[in-house]
Design a binder for this molecule. Sequence first.
Ligand SMILES: [Zn+2]
Length: 181
Amino acid sequence: MSSQGLVSIITIFAAWCLCFPCHALAADDCPDQDVYQRAEQFHGHTCTGLIIGIRIGIAAKEALRAAGVSGSLKAQYYSKSCPVDGLQIAIGTTYSSKSIEVIDHQENRLILSDITGRHRVEAKLTEFADQQRLLSISLKKKIDKLQDDVEGKDRLEQGMDDINSWFRTAPDAEVVELRFL
Ligand SMILES: [Zn+2]
């Protein structure tokens, strides 16, 4: 292939990436990059749990909006961990407004409802997504134990980045299970 041909392909690919920054199969079915940036600033670091909170929160909120629910929302989350910060950014619920309640049952499960509590949706990880979450926890433990210059550490970090990237860009149905209560 001529170098000109290669440049054209790269240009087309770059343009495609700009138009469809998310998963190829679901360009409009994953959150905007902006949400992740705001959440990372709020949380102080990037982690799988934060991204999980964003995905669960946005999927639940969109399900309620699609069902005609408008106005303020209130949330109950069943794990006192990083996803709670992702949820606060994704749903707009905050501790200070008492619109999010955290019950520490170590379950990544959200119940989101309107203020009356009449419309409620439960959101949790799919089985596959939960396996990815567990994998990220075990990778994190291994990475934290290793010195920076240990051989193979970068491979583990790449594995972690791949998991986070999947959580950011996979279609909702692959990440979140929704159920109206
Ligand atoms: Zn975190």
